[in-house]
Design a protein around this ligand. Structure first.
Ligand SMILES: N=CN[C@@H](CCC(=O)O)C(=O)O
Ligand SMILES: [Zn+2]
Length: 411
């Protein structure tokens, strides 16, 4: 299959030399070509350059992109998009003044979703998750990480992970799977948290690994959820099966989760609303990506992570949607760009780098996704006619992602 996209107003986020990520002041650079072509062969980016040197490809299907820009697909490295039901009543409780932790304490929050998920069949979960997958694909996402974490029993966690595996095999989007049995302590283990950690260590992790159901392990390491010591136990158990951590850290407090993630070479630490100098220092010189989820801070009405401080200190940061029913019921990465710019004072180039190349790293895909680079998977989108790439975060409710391609094929 050969495809030639011609007359591209701007080809955004090109990469000639492979990069692992973009950090610090380099995040302000967004390599692009004006008036460009892009050639795709066999589902991969094969070539690109200015229209003035566009080669003849007589047997290729030609797509005209006059007035439009081409972006690599967004990489959404943190979602919980397999779930049953919705939680709009808690949303109203929050508006009335209850905090996320108060709602969790009285059995709402994650436990509310766990109750509904346990009652849903694998097929029902698959159908509703596929609707969300199709929605995010239409919004420009070409790779997504999906977590378990609403099962909270061996049976239901495995059920979620099998749904994720089915999404991976039936959808053209690239999918990474993360085991998050330690998302909350289920009702039946209330007051017996260490026994629940035992269950994860002795039963869940070995079974997840035996069925090869996850790429990564996650733990909600934060005040009111799992302690640093408990998290460490689970990460050590998972390491024996080759499961690298990607953990929820420092959303609710300076919990020590960031330092623990770095200590265990986590691929990413995510949320980071509570990040101070010590946390930033521990991330510098690490291989752990700081992943920010401004959709959650927006929806919960909480403080945003200090993105400016992190980037100015020289860190790379990634952005993800955190798509879930409780703290971020949206997988719209373009809106995440807008939140990053308006609420965290990231400039558009930084936000686009964070949602493409850096988020590809945060899900172990920097060799294949996150930029327009020869040999990478041809996941990209063509925008509607727009004046500049800055217009993407600026026009924050306009649907600007127009034509979507995954593996070089129009969706
Ligand atoms: N903070 C922990 N987990 C999710 C929220 C899950 C939920 O509320 O259902 C998050 O990343 O925001
Ligand atoms: Zn999350």
């Amino acid at each position: 299959m050969k495809l030639l996209v011609k007359n591209i107003k701007k080809l955004v986020q090109i990469e000639d030399m492979p990069k692992t990520w973009v950090a610090g002041s380099d995040m302000k650079e967004l390599p692009s070509i004006d008036d460009a072509y892009l050639y795709i062969y066999d589902g991969l980016f094969a070539d690109f350059g200015p229209m003035s040197s566009c080669p003849d490809h007589p047997d290729a299907e030609v797509v005209d992109a006059t007035g439009c820009m081409v972006f690599p697909s967004f990489c959404d490295s943190h979602t919980h998009l397999v779930y049953a039901g919705s939680r709009e009543i808690e949303y109203v409780d929050k508006i009335r003044g209850l905090s996320y932790e108060e709602i969790a304490k009285r059995g709402g929050g994650i436990l509310n979703s766990a109750e509904r998920l346990r009652a849903a069949s694998e097929d029902e979960l698959f159908e509703s998750a596929m609707e969300r997958i199709n929605e995010i694909v239409s919004l420009g996402t070409g790779a997504v990480e999906v977590k378990s974490g609403y099962g909270l029993s061996t049976e239901s966690e495995l059920k979620m992970l099998r749904v994720i595996r089915r999404i991976r095999s039936e959808s053209p989007i690239t999918v990474k799977s993360t085991f998050l049995g330690a998302h909350a302590v289920p009702m039946e283990y209330r007051g017996r948290q260490s026994e629940y950690v035992d269950l994860i260590v002795k039963e869940m992790i070995p079974q997840v690994a035996a069925e090869n159901l996850a790429d990564y392990i996650d733990v909600f390491c934060d005040k009111g959820f799992f302690t640093v010591e408990e998290t460490e136990r689970m990460l050590e158990a998972a390491a024996k099966y080759g499961l690298r951590p990607k953990i929820h850290a420092n959303e609710l407090a300076l919990s020590g989760g960031i330092q623990l993630g770095v200590k265990h070479s986590a691929l990413s630490v995510d949320h980071l609303e509570f990040t101070g100098e010590e946390e930033i220092a521990s991330l510098l010189d690490s291989t752990t990506m700081a992943t920010l989820l401004p959709g959650a801070a927006f929806f919960l009405g909480m403080d945003y992570p200090p993105a400016r401080k992190m980037i100015d200190a020289g860190l790379p940061v990634a952005l993800a949607s955190d798509y879930n029913p409780g703290s971020s019921p949206s997988g719209d990465m373009k809106f995440i760009l807008s939140l990053a710019c308006v609420k965290m004072r990231m400039v558009p180039e930084e936000a686009i780098n964070a949602a493409t190349i850096n988020s590809a790293y945060a899900m172990g895909l920097s060799g294949t996704h996150g930029s327009i680079s020869r040999g990478k998977i041809a996941n990209f989108f063509i925008t509607k006619p727009i004046p500049s790439y800055e217009y993407m975060p600026y026009a924050y409710t306009q649907k600007l992602v127009d034509r979507v391609f995954l593996n070089g094929k129009r969706i």
